[in-house]
Design a protein around this ligand. Structure first.
Ligand SMILES: *[C@@H]1O[C@H](CO)[C@@H](O)[C@H](O)[C@H]1NC(C)=O
Ligand SMILES: *[C@@H]1O[C@H](CO)[C@@H](O)[C@H](O)[C@H]1NC(C)=O
Ligand SMILES: *[C@@H]1O[C@H](CO)[C@@H](O)[C@H](O)[C@H]1NC(C)=O
Ligand SMILES: *[C@@H]1O[C@H](CO)[C@@H](O)[C@H](O)[C@H]1NC(C)=O
Ligand SMILES: *[C@@H]1O[C@H](CO)[C@@H](O)[C@H](O)[C@H]1NC(C)=O
Length: 420
């Protein structure tokens, strides 16, 4: 390690290329005997950042002061790319991965949340930013649910001039009924429909709706209150894999983004049975509960707490940017035994998804991060912009929502069935 001049490095994207080279970890490095073992040849679009190489930066290093505006990109690589911190990330990528932009609209955050893959038509649905930057939605204007066709993406990839250039497939907006207001979460398909959770707008109540994925996109409201009280602003949802009940988070972002009245309930997680109407709380004690996911056996739940992101209160990086794990009680399905699963270094962890080996993926301030089930950060799908959520599709397709762009990673890892 003697020849590595780490003190010359800066963490931010302005790092010089010369300094950046010192971060690349090769199998020939003398540190190999003590550190992680990466192969000498890496898959395309992949850089290795060995944790041992930045464990000590020295007194003269340039440290990051903002988790929101400064990225950890010591190789100064142009996004999108794969950033590996652990050799196990290479198993997730496989030998011939790719990552590229498939749709973009620099002026409109059309791809924020609620990603749902519908296998039947091979389409991915999603919602635009609700109440935030470039969302063009507010107390007077609803946000927009749209879709892209992965079949069209396949054709565009076949016709592309190379494996990495940005594509721009058609984004089709859905005309939804007025009962669907400020969609922020989604999963399914549930009984053949999109399952959307909506934050509400003004005094229009937050709700859970099912929406016909095909025209005329008619919707049915499943829930819009808690014993007569409006929710604050529903955020995200998953179907529990064994009980098939709906679990969702409620948080204060509608108020924090100026499109909902003052919160009147704690920020907490609920369980809802759409067949009996029975609803109850399964977890509380959060700052701002956000993304939700279960392992495929349904025994572990993950909740992302985006407390560090405060809407009009501003960002405060001393508050949580943390994914918590819980045991799902076999009798009550309440969430027990809360523990920290992962704290993210950039932005906040928002939407959470798992692959079929129980690795955990989350949208964060610089793209999507992935941890193994023990909570070790394996690597990042580094897009250089905020990603609120992502979704697996087909065999090894990971669709990453990046606000003003959608990024497709084609990798070895696969998701598991979220349709019930
Ligand atoms: C840090 O910077 C100071 C002032 O430029 C210099 O004297 C010192 O040698 C540097 N230390 C290291 C470890 O590079
Ligand atoms: C992609 O297409 C959309 C719709 O035509 C357009 O608004 C957008 O600017 C295009 N993106 C780029 C990067 O040109
Ligand atoms: C983030 O997205 C914006 C809007 O599309 C774009 O102008 C900017 O270049 C992106 N940032 C990076 C680091 O790619
Ligand atoms: C949409 O309308 C059709 C025809 O009336 C009905 O069968 C279906 O249940 C509706 N779907 C939703 C989600 O409301
Ligand atoms: C940030 O959060 C901490 C912990 O809640 C609080 O003590 C501090 O006052 C906050 N800072 C700002 C600028 O709001």
């Amino acid at each position: 390690m003697g020849s590595i001049h780490i003190s010359m490095c800066t963490f931010v994207t302005s790092a010089s290329v010369a300094a950046a080279a010192a971060w690349l970890y090769y199998a020939t490095s003398p540190a190999q005997a003590d550190g992680l073992r990466f192969p000498a040849s890496l898959p395309p679009q992949t850089v290795v950042v060995d944790p041992l190489q930045f464990a000590v930066l020295g007194q003269n290093a340039t440290f990051r002061s903002s988790s929101f505006t400064e990225f950890f990109n010591p190789t100064n690589t142009t996004p999108p790319f794969f950033q590996a911190f652990d050799p196990a990330f290479l198993d997730i990528l496989g030998s011939n991965p790719s990552i590229r932009v498939i749709a973009s609209n620099p002026g409109f955050a059309f791809a924020h949340e609620a990603p749902i893959w519908v296998q039947k038509t091979n389409e991915v649905f999603f919602a635009s930013n609700d109440g935030g930057p470039l969302g063009f939605s507010d107390i007077d204007h609803n946000n927009q649910v749209s879709k892209v066709s992965l079949n069209e993406v396949d054709v565009a990839i076949k016709n592309a001039r190379d494996a990495t250039s940005a594509l721009n497939v058609t984004v089709t907006a859905l005309a939804l009924p007025g009962t669907v207001q400020m969609t922020n979460g989604g999963t399914g398909p549930f009984r053949g429909n999109l399952l959307l959770v909506n934050s509400g707008r003004g005094n229009l109540p937050p709700s859970i709706t099912i929406v016909n994925p095909e025209a005329p996109h008619n919707a049915t409201v499943l829930l819009d209150n808690f014993f007569g009280r409006q929710f604050n602003s529903l955020n995200d949802v998953k179907i529990h894999p064994t009980s098939k009940k709906l679990f969702f988070t409620d948080v204060t972002y509608g108020w924090l983004n100026h499109f909902r009245p003052l919160p009147l309930l704690p920020s907490q997680v609920y369980r809802f049975d759409p067949d009996t109407g029975i609803i109850r709380v399964v977890a509380d004690g959060f700052d701002r509960p956000n993304g939700i996911a279960f392992t495929k056996d349904g025994k572990t739940a993950y909740i992302a707490d985006t407390g560090a992101s405060g809407g009009f209160l501003g960002n405060n990086q001393t508050e949580p940017a943390t994914i918590y794990a819980f045991d799902v009680d076999s009798k009550t399905q309440a969430f027990h035994n809360r523990r920290v699963f992962a704290y993210v270094d950039t932005g906040v962890a928002d939407g959470v998804q798992l692959d079929n080996k129980d690795n955990v993926y989350a949208g964060t301030g610089d793209g999507a991060h992935v941890w193994n089930p023990e909570g070790t950060l394996l690597g990042k799908f580094f897009i250089g912009n905020t990603s609120a959520n992502l979704i697996f599709a087909n065999k090894g397709q990971l669709v990453i929502l990046g606000e003003t762009e959608i990024v497709l990673a084609q990798i070895a890892a696969e998701g598991f069935n979220l349709a019930f």
